[in-house]
Design a binder for this molecule. Structure first.
Ligand code: CDP
Ligand code: CDP
Length: 222
């Protein structure tokens, strides 16, 4: 079984996907963490963010792997280094959409994502899961919320993590990423024709989780 959950930044995708996967006993994969890991790799190896050939070469040599879900998000390793926290930094967040627009980077990561989905029941969240990575997914959700709601949520989340970014800075980052992610040439963020839209602006985490589980049950009878 394959469940695809796409949508813009901070709509609640990873929080809800993780809970849904737990409930169903499926694996959860946060594909955004993979694009963040590649961006981190660029900074670490001082590769220009537009040097596609160098990034792909570095990616081919590196091993990105996942550990269990943690408070800070999905645990991610670059080779043996635990990069769970640094991939959520302001610097990586501001740069990730640029790296994610590179077609060869996407090809390499999409291949890994499909290989993981072929092995197990999975809930995968990202921007292009229903449209490109798993076009034959059993259920496709397009999760969204207003920019103001999403910015406020990320602001509260960052405050809890001790990342004192202003609401204005976060709003600008979210708007800039929404624009870049929706306007890139390769696999832009868009709702798949057969996706169910879920607006979480007025739903808390519990209500959003219940809503997604209901949709999955209706579509798959699990
Ligand atoms: O958690 P947040 O919504 O802030 O972002 P994320 O899911 O960690 O994704 C970070 C960035 O990776 C996005 O802004 C996209 O540029 C890129 N991304 C993508 O292009 N395709 C995906 N399937 C997942 C993420
Ligand atoms: O993965 P994505 O960027 O779409 O969002 P997220 O990281 O799961 O959620 C962003 C923040 O919104 C987290 O702090 C969640 O706890 C919070 N959230 C919420 O308050 N209400 C919801 N219905 C969904 C998420």
């Amino acid at each position: 079984m394959k469940i695809a959950i796409d949508g813009p930044a901070s709509a609640g995708k990873s929080t809800i996907s993780k809970r849904v996967a737990q409930k169903l006993g499926f694996t959860y994969l946060d594909t955004g963490a993979m694009y963040r890991a590649v961006t981190y790799l660029c900074f670490k190896e001082q590769i220009a963010l537009n040097d596609e050939a160098a990034i792909v070469a570095a990616l081919a040599k590196a091993k990105i792997s996942f550990g269990p879900m943690k408070q800070e998000g999905q645990q991610v390793f670059l080779n043996r280094e635990d990069i769970t926290k640094p991939i959520r930094s302001v610097k990586v967040t501001a740069a990730v959409s640029q790296v994610a627009a590179l077609s060869k980077v996407r090809t390499a990561l999409v291949e890994q994502q499909r290989a993981l989905a072929a092995k197990q029941d999975i809930v995968m969240d990202g921007r292009d899961i229903g449209t490109t990575v798993l076009p034959d997914a059993d259920v496709k959700i397009f999760m969204t919320a207003s920019v103001a709601t999403r910015a406020k949520r990320r602001f509260l989340e960052n405050q809890q993590k001790g990342m004192p970014e202003s609401l204005t800075t976060i709003t600008k980052d979210i708007e800039a990423r929404d624009y870049k992610d929706s306007h890139r040439q390769v696999s832009p963020l868009r709702q798949a024709d057969d996706a169910v839209v879920v607006d979480t602006s007025n739903l808390n985490i519990e209500q959003s989780t219940r809503k997604i589980l209901e949709i999955i049950r209706q579509k798959t009878k699990v």
